[in-house]
Write a protein that binds this ligand. Structure first.
Ligand SMILES: C[S@@+](CC[C@H](N)C(=O)[O-])C[C@H]1O[C@@H](n2cnc3c(N)ncnc32)[C@H](O)[C@@H]1O
Length: 264
C-alpha cells in the first residue's frame, strides 16, 4: 500500500474515531465566519472569489470560507472528511464542491481557476512537497493568493518527551521515508505516515514552483505556565508550525527542481 492510500484509510478511521481535526465548525463559528478565517485571506477579501481549500476536509475550512462568501472547492484524500463538509454545508445551506483526490494530483481541477488557495497543515502526509506546490501553481490564477501552514522540520525532528536538556533532536534532518510512529504526541497524528520537509523544500520549493513569498508567521503556542512536557511547554522551545503567505507569479519554465548549492 502506498503512503497516499495508507493516509486515506488512516484519516477515514480518524473520522470514525472522532479524533482531532475531524470536527466541524459550529453554527456560531459559521455565523461569524469572517472572524474565523485566515486573516491574510480575510484582508484580501473572499466575497465571490474562487477558493480552493486544499487538504482541508473535516467540515471546518470549506464551510467557513463558503459562509464568508467564497465560491469554495474542498479537496481531501479522505472521503469521510469530505462527507462532513457536505453534511455541514447542507445543514447550513451553503454551497461547496468536494473533490476526493490527493493534493499532489489536482488534474480534475481546471488550470488557473482559483483566486485563492487555503492549505491547512497537510503537506506532512506526502513525501514530495514540491509536487504539491506545482499542482497549486497550475490551478491558481497569476496574481492569486496561496496561504499554507506546515509542520516545522525541527518539531518533527525533536523528541516529544522533555529531558533535563529540553527537547532533544532525535531524528536526522536529511532523513528519508516516513517518520517513526509516535503515540501520545499532540504534534503528530498516530496511524498516519508523516514526512519531514526541509526548509529548502518548504520555502525554496515554493519559490521555484512559481510563487513569491510575501509574509511568514510562526503561530505562537508557547505557554510559560504550561505543564512540563505539554504542547504549550514544548512550544516554548520549538514553534510547531509555520504559516506562509505567497503570491502566484509568472515565471519561466525551470527544469532544475532542487538545485544543489555547495559553498566552498
Ligand atoms: C490536519 S487535517 C487539516 C484539515 C483540518 N480538518 C482542519 O481543521 O484544518 C489534515 C487533512 O489532510 C488530509 N490529507 C492527508 N493526506 C492527503 C493527501 N495526500 N491529499 C489530500 N488531503 C490529504 C486529511 O484527510 C485531513 O483532512
Amino acid at each position: 500500500m502506498d503512503s497516499i492510500e495508507h493516509n486515506r484509510q488512516a484519516w477515514d478511521q480518524r473520522v470514525r474515531d472522532g479524533q482531532r481535526f475531524t470536527r466541524p465548525a459550529t453554527p456560531m463559528e459559521l455565523r461569524e465566519a469572517a472572524k474565523n478565517i485566515d486573516p491574510w485571506v480575510s484582508a484580501e477579501g473572499v466575497h465571490h472569489k474562487t477558493v480552493l481549500c486544499l487538504g482541508a476536509g473535516g467540515g471546518r475550512q470549506g464551510p467557513l470560507y463558503a459562509a464568508a462568501g467564497g465560491l469554495v472547492t474542498v479537496v481531501d484524500v479522505s472521503v469521510q472528511q469530505l462527507e462532513i463538509d457536505r453534511r455541514v454545508a447542507h445543514q447550513a445551506k451553503l454551497n461547496l464542491i468536494t473533490v476526493a483526490t490527493s493534493m499532489d494530483d489536482l488534474s480534475q481541477l481546471v488550470a488557473g481557476s482559483f483566486d485563492i488557495v487555503v492549505h491547512p497543515v497537510s503537506t506532512c502526509y506526502l513525501p514530495d512537497i514540491v509536487r504539491v506546490y506545482e499542482q497549486v501553481a497550475r490551478v491558481l490564477k497569476i496574481g492569486g493568493l496561496y496561504v499554507s501552514q506546515h509542520k516545522q522540520p525541527t518539531s518533527l525532528q525533536a523528541d516529544i518527551r522533555r529531558s533535563k536538556h529540553g527537547y532533544e533532536i532525535t531524528e536526522p534532518y536529511y532523513r528519508q521515508g516516513p517518520l517513526p510512529d509516535v503515540k501520545g504526541s499532540p504534534h503528530r497524528e498516530p496511524g498516519t505516515l508523516e514526512y519531514l520537509h526541509r526548509w529548502e523544500q518548504l520555502i525554496g520549493g515554493m519559490c521555484r514552483s512559481g510563487f513569491v513569498i510575501e509574509d511568514l508567521a510562526e503561530p505562537k503556542h508557547a505557554d510559560p505556565a504550561a505543564k512540563m512536557g505539554s504542547f504549550g511547554d514544548r512550544s516554548q522551545f520549538i514553534a510547531p508550525y509555520v504559516r506562509i503567505k505567497a503570491r502566484r507569479v509568472e515565471q519561466p519554465e525551470r527544469t532544475d527542481r532542487t538545485p544543489t548549492i555547495t559553498l566552498a
